[in-house]
Design a protein around this ligand. Structure first.
Ligand code: FAD
Length: 518
């Protein structure tokens, strides 16, 4: 590790935005440093052990089409794959996978270790250095200096992070990791408009103390839908999740203890994610509901620890325990790590260009949760955009901007820089004006040629993409030009679907009752 070092691009933060940014910049030929607080925590999933979901799965497919890294790692470490919205139209179907959290982290760290031009550095960035309106590098807490014409800040929930568990408060970026205080001051020193947001996480339970046998089991799809166009099969054995529900007794415990909640006691000032509220928030805001669904998700293949999806909370630990005792299957559950909330500084993203470079300081880019977004996928998508553009700037090339009409990644960036953020931003299919066109099945057609041009999509992957779409085009031409005839062999088709002779197979296939198999 160099005492001081000079690079084309420095990425601060080894979370989901940072991994994507560093891999992209280095693979495009820029000498890159990934600086992070703890190297063994690179690619840590701070909250849920899963990737994808509606609209988020679209983002991950697009990251793959552009040559990013999250999709391949998620596929390689997936322990349950499900295609969501299966009964709805193709535009809103999206892949989701439970990931083995530990293996995800390790696989990403191995992948980054094999990327040429990329060096990982452990340390704390404290001050951003600049001259004449441009970034020049940064100073670390231990006095080292790293220099570069482009720096990408991806510090997630760490800037002035403050964690809450009931009446207890402690400074941390997330549980067990220190907050970034000096870097927050340095960023504020550039005059950025900043705000305070909050997010929370549920308690983790020891599996052997949970009565899973009594609960509804939710297996994955027998035929997995992967994130990467290149993945052919799951590498790890597949596991189930389980479903349980809260009830009126559990809600009563929460209501009785609202005064001890940092959220309702006024301790938390940051705004939380509207679509991922804490259980105390759900009980207050949806008082008419007698029950909320909870998914019990194994955090690893071995499954010793269970993540209680839907039970995010910052209630005191004794209240969390009492709450669990009322929930079917969790009556004897032992808490391995209590739920908590974290408040953190974000930098208002309307101060960014479409390349995610700040207006205030040339060469300084912001990506991920620091921009007010929530979620691994949103972070990774921004990391990719910032990594591509920082590398292109450092190498003297034109910036690359994605449009709203061509990708969810383009929508994400456009929303952030034009509308700004006043609550944690997550992606939804409803944000896409052209959502019928932005499907998971055509993400490669929309974006892979660009990924190839940028140098991020390997030759063999691109050749496979060309072959696949040549076959698709030939099939399309065949369906357009082939018509149902009068001959007896077509009688079954005419009768079953009530069509006249002369109807093209493409027209026939547009009917929901007709499938490619027919
Ligand atoms: P992170 O993954 O947070 O990574 C930040 C990185 O920056 C870390 O590697 C850290 O070491 C590094 N770093 C910070 N400061 C410095 C410094 N000064 N010098 C060097 N390195 C530094 N998302 C959801 O979608 N739903 C949820 O319900 C949800 N709940 C969450 C609950 C909690 C408690 C937490 C902590 C996060 C939650 N998230 C949730 C958010 C999710 O974890 C983030 O969206 C995602 O991880 C953001 O990725 P990122 O790359 O921006 O930042």
């Amino acid at each position: 590790m160099p005492v001081n070092g000079h690079y084309d691009v420095i990425v601060i933060g080894g979370g989901h935005a940072g991994c994507e940014a560093a891999a992209a910049a280095a693979r495009m030929g820029a000498s890159t440093a990934l600086l992070t607080l703890q190297l063994d925590m690179v690619a840590q999933m701070s909250c849920n052990p899963s990737i994808g979901g509606i609209a988020k799965g679209h983002l991950v497919r697009e990251i793959d089409a552009l040559g990013g890294v999250m999709p391949r790692v998620a596929d390689a470490t997936g322990i349950q794959f499900r295609l969501l919205n299966r009964r709805r139209g193709p535009a809103v179907r999206a892949p989701r996978a439970q990931s083995d959290k530990k293996r995800y982290r390790e696989a990403m760290q191995r992948l980054l270790a094999g990327v040429p031009n990329l060096e990982t550095v452990q340390g704390e960035a404290c001050e951003i250095l600049h001259r004449g309106g441009r970034v020049t590098g940064l100073e670390l807490a231990d006095g080292r200096r790293l220099t570069a014409p482009a720096v990408i800040l991806t510090t997630g929930t760490f800037l002035n992070g403050l964690c809450h568990v009931g009446e207890q408060k402690f400074r941390a970026g997330r549980s067990g990791e220190r907050a970034s205080l000096r870097l927050a001051d340095s960023v504020r020193g550039f005059g950025f408009r900043m705000g305070r947001l909050k997010t929370g996480t549920p308690p983790r339970l020891r599996r052997e103390t949970v009565a899973l046998d009594a609960l509804e089991e939710q297996p994955g799809d027998p035929e997995p839908t992967f994130f990467s166009f290149s993945t052919r099969q799951a590498r790890l054995p597949q596991v189930s999740c389980w479903i349980t529900h809260t009830n009126s007794k559990a809600h009563q415990i929460l209501n009785d203890n609202l005064g001890r909640s940092p959220l309702y006691g006024g301790e938390i000032v940051g705004i939380g994610p509207r679509y991922c509220p804490s259980i105390e928030d759900k009980v207050v805001k949806f008082a008419e509901r007698e029950s909320h669904q909870l998914f019990l998700e194994p955090e690893t293949l071995e499954g010793e620890i269970i993540y209680v999806n839907g039970l995010s909370t910052s209630m005191p630990v004794d209240v969390q325990r009492a709450l669990l005792r009322e929930i079917p299957g969790l009556e004897r559950a032992e808490i391995v790590r209590p739920g908590y909330a974290v408040e953190y500084d974000f930098v208002e993203p309307a101060q960014l260009r479409r390349t995610l470079e700040t207006f205030a300081l040339g060469g300084l880019y912001h990506a991920g949760q620091i921009n007010g977004t929530t979620g691994y996928e949103e972070a990774a998508a921004q990391g990719l955009v910032a990594g591509i553009n920082a590398a292109r700037q450092a190498l003297g090339r034109e910036p690359v901007v994605l449009g709203r009409e061509s990708s969810y990644i383009g929508i994400l960036v456009d929303d952030l820089v034009t509308k700004g953020v006043d609550e944690p931003y997550r992606m939804f299919t409803s944000r896409a004006e052209y959502r019928l066109l932005l499907r998971i099945d055509n993400a490669d057609r929309r974006l892979m040629p660009l990924g190839r041009e940028l140098g991020l999509v390997p030759e063999d992957v691109f050749r496979g993409f060309e072959r696949k779409w040549a076959r698709m085009d030939r099939a399309g031409e065949f369906l357009d030009s082939t018509r149902v005839g009068n001959q007896p062999a077509h009688e079954e088709l005419r009768e079953r679907f009530g069509v006249e002779a002369g109807t093209s197979l493409a027209q026939l296939l547009r009917r929901p009752e007709c499938s490619i198999g027919d």
